[in-house]
Write a protein that binds this ligand. Structure first.
Ligand code: A4P
Ligand code: MG
Length: 197
């Protein structure tokens, strides 16, 4: 995987160079914290998010630490489309970043995710928001996710699941969310995701 510093436009990241340039062998030997964003706006939306949680945890190498509350959110970008359900999952993993991406994409494929139009409606989207302090400009897996810092549908559930969370290159999630506001996102306390045993 290509590794890079934070883009200059985002300002200095504050991640020590030694941590950013850690090799893949060292990375697979340790456990890393990974943050995944789940979204669905077609079909059984809550069922799709639960399928994602279950599929991500199956197969070993990934242990769920926290699953956020569920949020109903207005679509951001793309064509006119139904509202989303969004949630965030936090896990410890011994899988490398590409292994996480593969598992995320397998979870999407299991729900017949199609890609007709950018930011179009989808049965399931699983995005890798952060993998430890990794910073990468690789188009196949950009870390941290390049738009997470400007999306309340990611920051609000993430903050609920981990109030002290930090987004590499951008700082505390609490501060990002306070600056952005909660327009278009509503917590649905009548819905909840189960954490696999
Ligand atoms: N890719 C690169 N970096 C990553 C990463 N960190 N995580 C590549 C996951 N994938 C990453 O992904 C397109 C390509 O990005 C893949 O080939 C992958 O290798 P995709 O899943 O086909 O499409 P996407 O997720 O729609 O792409 P993108 O650009 O990441 O979308 P966004 O920016 O996440 O926006 N509104 C609401 N309310 N709720 C939503 O969940 N989601 C989107 C998607 C737009 N509006 C939304 C929501
Ligand atoms: Mg995606």
């Amino acid at each position: 995987m290509t590794e890079a510093g934070c883009p200059a436009a985002r300002g200095p990241c504050g991640i020590p160079a030694a941590r950013v340039s850690r090799g893949s062998r060292a990375r697979t030997a340790r456990r890393s914290r990974v943050v995944l964003a789940l979204g669905s706006n077609l079909g059984d939306r809550l069922g799709a998010l639960q399928s994602a949680v279950d599929a991500l945890a199956a197969g070993g190498g990934l242990e769920i630490v926290a699953v956020s509350p569920v949020y109903e959110t207005a679509p951001v970008g793309g064509p006119s489309q139904p509202d989303y359900l969004n949630a965030v999952l936090i896990a410890e993993t011994s899988l490398p970043p590409r292994g996480i991406l593969r598992r995320a994409q397998a979870a999407e494929a299991a729900l017949h995710r199609t890609r007709e139009v950018r930011w179009g409606p989808r049965t399931l989207d699983v995005d890798v928001i952060a993998y430890g302090d990794e910073v990468s400009a690789d188009p196949a897996l950009t870390l941290p996710h390049p738009r997470a810092h400007e999306r309340a549908f990611v920051l609000a559930p993430w903050h609920d699941a981990d109030p002290d969370a930090e987004l590499p290159c951008h700082g505390r999630v609490a501060g990002l969310l306070a600056a952005l506001g909660r327009h278009g996102v509503q917590r649905r306390d009548d819905m909840a995701l189960r954490c696999p045993a």
